[in-house]
Design a protein around this ligand. Structure first.
Ligand code: NAD
Ligand code: DAU
Length: 337
């Protein structure tokens, strides 16, 4: 078998873990296209860089001509679009890159999927549904009510996907997953940020009262769900993905401190994020009943293994802080990418 799939954003957190998942669990070949923004790090793929089934191209998804050339050159069967600007706080500082990558980039890929007749999976997020109160869950029928420029850009992309299914018959599905954690997550997101700062004995900034709730899933469980959707998901359908693991932010921060043997005095309550969504919680009944997917990793085990990973990969974190991944990668591997 020699089938090739285009993975966009494959040098980021979830995308690089997905590439690892594919190379370990399938016989597919992978072409990664990634712009290598601040969040894209070729070192995330270093274990597999010599694998003949993996090709890496630095490119932006909104560059339609280039992406079309890549799809034709590699004869790709489908596209899974992980590429995006992903950090809510950055979207509050400057929404524009979120429109470019998340909206225009998605439309660019959809045009190619339409033209070449490709299978297409859009990696969306539960944040498109907005915020929940104390009870209830997001289902695939929950209306879209994005709160931040990030989630507005993701909701917009989802609507373009659905319009391409409806108008042009593109064979596309959408996944909406809850908060991921695991190895290779950029340490601007809650869990890796708190681990890295605790290891340095610096303050841990908790937004507002720390009682916001997120529904956590290990990245490997997310990725097995994405693969199930790529293979078995129906055209035009949305699949929520979650592992039923709601946690208050402050409880996670305390668990990290306890696991590392650090004092809770490091916790500092800071000004809240503007428009901060209070609670996310996912109902995953549809993907479980229709596609037979189940999460495998408990939050307790996943958090421990993630803390362990960051403890043993402090050089990875330091490299990120030095910035300029591209130069770093060229130095590391002695070639242009
Ligand atoms: P990330 O920020 O770690 O990685 C994003 C990757 O996309 C980076 O490698 C970056 O270089 C690349 N990229 C950005 N703009 C690009 C462009 N215009 N062209 C090509 N590449 C570009 O993000 P992540 O956490 O791995 O998220 C991956 C996807 O999953 C995103 O679509 C995100 O919205 C979605 N998602 C994330 C979570 C989460 O908890 N992290 C949860 C649900 C859904
Ligand atoms: O729900 C899925 C989404 O999860 C993804 O679509 C996004 O790409 C991803 O970034 C994530 O969004 P959140 O805003 O939920 O993640 P973040 O790690 O930024 O924040 C998690 C919670 O922790 C949130 O309530 C804000 C809080 N927080 C975050 C940071 C960075 C803090 O209290 N302090 C912090 O320093």
């Amino acid at each position: 078998m020699n089938i090739t799939i285009l993975i966009t954003g494959g040098a980021g957190f979830i995308g690089s873990n997905f590439v690892r998942y594919m190379l370990l669990h399938t016989e597919y070949s992978i072409v990664v296209v990634d712009a290598l923004t601040y969040a894209g790090n070729p070192e995330n793929l270093a274990d597999f860089i010599a694998d003949k089934r993996l090709s890496f191209i630095q490119e932006r998804i909104e560059h339609t001509e280039k992406i079309r050339e890549i799809c034709n050159h590699y004869g790709v069967e489908g596209i899974i679009n992980f590429a995006a600007e992903t950090h809510v706080d950055r979207s509050i500082m400057d929404p524009s890159p979120f429109v470019t990558s998340n909206v225009m980039g998605t439309v660019s890929l959809l045009n190619i999927a339409r033209e070449l007749g490709l299978r297409y999976v859009q990696i969306s997020t539960d944040e498109v549904y907005g915020s929940l109160g104390d009870d209830g869950y997001f289902t695939e029928h929950t209306p879209l009510q994005p709160s931040s420029p990030y989630s507005a850009s993701k909701a917009s992309a989802d609507m373009f996907v659905q319009s391409f299914v409806h108008t042009f018959g593109v064979n596309a599905s959408i996944t909406r997953c809850s908060n991921n954690y695991g190895p290779y997550q950029f340490p601007e997101k809650l869990i890796p940020l708190m681990i890295v700062r605790a290891l340095e004995n610096t303050t841990l900034p908790v937004y507002g009262d720390g009682k916001n709730v997120r529904d956590w899933i290990h990245v490997d469980d997310h990725n097995s769900a994405v693969w199930a959707v790529y293979c078995q998901g129906k055209k035009g359908e949305v699949y929520n993905i979650g592992a039923s693991s709601e946690q208050h932010n402050i409880d996670i921060v305390k668990k990290i401190l306890s696991s590392l043997g650090k004092s809770e005095h490091l916790i500092t309550y800071v000004k809240d994020r503007p428009g901060h969504d209070r609670r996310y919680a996912i109902d995953s009944t549809k993907i479980m009943t229709e596609l037979g997917w189940r999460p495998q990793i408990s939050f307790a085990d996943g958090l421990e293994s993630t803390i362990e990973w960051y403890c043993t990969h402090q050089q990875w974190c330091n490299n990120i802080r030095n910035g300029d991944y591209q130069r770093y990668y060229q130095q590391l591997y002695g070639k242009n990418i």
